[in-house]
Design a protein. Structure first.
Length: 163
C-alpha cells in the first residue's frame, strides 16, 4: 500500500505551525519506513498534487476545536471529516480536493486519515509557537507517531471510494 503523510501548517500563525514542527521531527524516521512525507504550507486544491496516486493519505494538522486540552492529539472521526464545510470564498479544503479528484476522474486515495493536534492560538501572527504547545512538543510528536503507526498497521480505514 502506497502511503503518504502530509504535515500541514503555516509558520507565520503561531500554533498553526505545529504540524510543520512535528513533520520536521518525524520525516526522516517515516521515510526510513517507506512512508512518503511532505511538509506543506499549502492547503485546499493544492493538496491534489500530494494525494493523487496514493492508496492512503494521512494528514497531520493543528486545529482549535475548544473540545480538547491544548496539545491533545487525536484522529478526526470520518463522519466529521465528511461534514466539513464546502467552498468558502477564502479557503478550499480537503473535501473540495476530494471532489475535484472525483470530478477529474483521477486516482483517488482509498483511505484518508486526519490527525489533529489541539492548539491554543492558531490565528495570531507570530514567529513562535505558544508556550503550551512548545512545552508539549516531544509528547505531541510521540503521540502523532504512535497514531501513524496504528493507522498504517490496521484494517479499519475510512474508505473514501464508497458512495
Amino acid at each position: 500500500m502506497k502511503v503518504v503523510v502530509l504535515f500541514l501548517g503555516n509558520p507565520i500563525y503561531r500554533d498553526d505551525a505545529v504540524g510543520i514542527e512535528v513533520g520536521k521531527r518525524l520525516m526522516g524516521e517515516l521515510e526510513k519506513m517507506g512512508i512518503d512525507t511532505h511538509i506543506l504550507e499549502k492547503t485546499g486544491l493544492s493538496l491534489l498534487d500530494y494525494i493523487h496516486g496514493y492508496d492512503m493519505v494521512i494528514i497531520v494538522d493543528g486545529i482549535r476545536s475548544n473540545k480538547h486540552p491544548v496539545g491533545h492529539v487525536y484522529e478526526l472521526d470520518g463522519d466529521l471529516m465528511k461534514s466539513m464545510s464546502v467552498f468558502s470564498p477564502h479557503y478550499a479544503g480537503l473535501p473540495e480536493a476530494l471532489m475535484a479528484i472525483h470530478a477529474l476522474e483521477l486516482l483517488r486515495p482509498n483511505f484518508i486519515h486526519i490527525i489533529a493536534i489541539e492548539t491554543k492560538d492558531p490565528y495570531t501572527i507570530g514567529d513562535n509557537i505558544s508556550l503550551e504547545i512548545s512545552e508539549k512538543l516531544d509528547s505531541i510528536t510521540k503521540n502523532v507517531f504512535d497514531i501513524i503507526m496504528k493507522i498504517t498497521r490496521r484494517g479499519d480505514h475510512i474508505n473514501c471510494n464508497q458512495s
